[in-house]
Design a protein around this ligand. Structure first.
Ligand code: BG6
Length: 503
């Protein structure tokens, strides 16, 4: 996590720089870091891709990306000119060792010009099939040798199951040391996700009640209004469990459930998180249905617009059984969380884009109020809103004004935007700066990735072995399949309407 320190001279080498990620996310984030004065004076971004382009065309393409996707909107000409002088492009075939020789020369030339060694960040904005090849080529060219200065960044998906993730980790760690590897989970860069740590460990108030004695259950919802868009080809091979739960939702769960860290050192935080993953009770293979629900959207309406069924999306098989919705019930077998269910759900084409965590407390031990006073009574609930309205709300009971005693739920709310009046950085700004500063706290270590795959493996296997019944089973624009409701009603609980949706 960033502090106000300055970064060393640095060269960021982006593989796949002609693609979507560089244009939509990486360069807008780097441009914002530049505007906010976080980048070192001696800084270069070198984009590599197969597409034929010169520096000028490359810069123009990235400018279009910034104008369209930066949180600040269109760039001022002056700012862009200052920034874009740091951008260069190399046409490269990643299978060709010569390209890596040229890259090496380019890096050496920068260092010569600056009169000092620079940090090198190799960013793979490429399809996952390129990971091994590029890492190997960098290694062969001697570009992974400097363990302090050379870092490599991978985007997800990181494997498609436990086996492939372990193999990938083995291969990559034969070229780069684990300390040089940064595996991105962009949810960890989101301001409110990081705030879970601040909220839990910078306040004395909550920790004493943060366990099975006071907490009844936890719900983690990451709902998306969008469908698969132009990513049907990738998504149809992945599905919601791989795409969202294995990484983003389990990472959020770790932050909610982890033990207090001794320090904010990268390994200390990551050790505490991996302890949570390892303590998750394995879902029994023969009764997966009691713990996991899958769904796929059929046609429906969102915001008054017709949405086609998933099976009719581009690049999706018309008989696809891929899930676009997944819900899990998990238990963490340790002292703190014994028998507290964690319910996780995520899906595409749901009624709203909203991500939040609800920590639901146990009821009071004894109800002193007369029955009529309790009609609207609810248990206490703490809601961590991740998006779109970043904030925290504590739902408590209060007496409704009037001569009768009637209780009602009220929310004590903190909203980032109102309190701090300053826009939050994009997740990629936080994460890219962390890589430049060599801080791996918010990145996934190999053991975390593998532990997270282990959690979802029984479900992946059970779902692969048995075709789903009744797909599509929820209309676009609804809150998912009925079976997901039953996952909770069977425990005499129900999914809580997201605060953001209620407002
Ligand atoms: C990505 C998934 O990791 O996260 C996408 O691959 C998903 O399918 C996206 O849409 C959601 O991210 P955000 O930041 O928009 O909530």
């Amino acid at each position: 996590m960033q502090s106000n320190s300055h970064t060393e001279p640095a060269i960021m080498i982006v593989f796949g720089a002609g693609g979507d990620l560089a244009q939509r996310k990486l360069v807008p984030a780097l441009f914002n870091l530049f505007l906010d004065g976080w980048l070192p004076e001696q800084f270069r971004i070198v984009g590599l891709d197969r597409v034929q382009m010169d520096d000028q065309a490359f810069r123009q393409r990235l400018r279009e990306g910034v104008d369209r996707f930066s949180r600040r909107g269109k760039a001022e000409d002056q700012d862009w000119d200052r920034f874009s002088s740091h951008l260069a492009y190399l046409v490269a075939d990643f299978a060709d060792q010569e390209a890596f020789g040229l890259l090496s020369d380019r890096i050496a030339a920068c260092e010569k010009e600056w009169g000092q060694p620079a940090d090198r960040v190799f960013y793979l904005a490429t399809p996952p099939t390129m990971m091994e090849l590029i890492a190997q080529q960098l290694h062969r060219a001697g570009l992974s040798d400097d363990r302090e200065r050379a870092r490599i960044v991978f985007e997800k998906p990181f494997g498609r199951d436990l086996d492939s993730a372990c193999k990938l980790n083995d291969v990559l760690t034969s070229f780069f040391a684990e300390t040089q590897i940064y595996r991105i989970d962009h949810y960890l860069g989101k301001e409110t996700v990081q705030n879970i740590l601040a909220f839990r460990f910078a306040n004395a108030l909550f920790e004493p009640i943060w366990d099975q004695r006071y907490i009844d259950h936890v719900q983690i919802t990451v709902a998306e209004e969008v469908g698969v868009g132009h990513r049907g080809g990738y998504y149809d091979q992945a599905g919601a469990l791989r795409d969202m739960i294995q990484n983003h939702l389990l990472q959020i769960l770790c932050l909610v459930a982890m033990e207090p860290p001794v320090s904010f050192g990268a390994d200390e935080i990551r050790n505490k998180k991996v302890d949570v993953l390892r303590a998750i009770r394995p879902i029994p293979e023969d009764i997966v249905d009691q713990f996991a629900v899958r769904g796929q959207y059929g046609e429906g309406q969102i915001d008054g617009k017709h949405v086609p069924a998933y099976r009719h999306e581009n690049d999706v098989s018309s008989t696809s059984n891929t899930e676009t919705y997944a819900a899990l019930k998990l238990f963490i077998d340790n002292w703190r969380w014994q028998n507290v269910p964690f319910y996780l759900r995520t899906g595409k084409c749901l009624p709203a884009r909203v991500s939040e965590v609800s920590v639901v407390f146990r009821p009071v031990p004894h109800q002193s109020f007369p029955k009529p006073a309790l009609e609207a009574w609810e248990t206490n609930r703490l809601v961590i809103q991740i998006q779109p309205n970043e904030g925290i709300a504590m739902c408590v009971q209060a007496k409704r004004p009037g001569l009768e005693v009637r209780l009602d739920s009220v929310a004590m709310e903190f909203c980032y935007q109102e309190v701090f009046q300053t826009p939050s950085p994009e997740a990629y700004e936080t994460l890219l700066l962390d890589v430049l500063q060599g801080d791996a706290t918010l990145f996934m270590r190999a053991d975390q990735i593998e532990a997270a795959w282990s959690v979802v493996t029984p479900v992946l296997e059970a779902w692969a072995a048995k075709a789903p019944v009744g797909f599509p089973n929820y209309p676009a624009g609804s809150w998912g399949p009925e079976a997901a409701d039953r996952l909770l009603t069977g425990d005499e609980r129900h999914w809580l309407a997201p605060m953001a949706d209620v407002e």
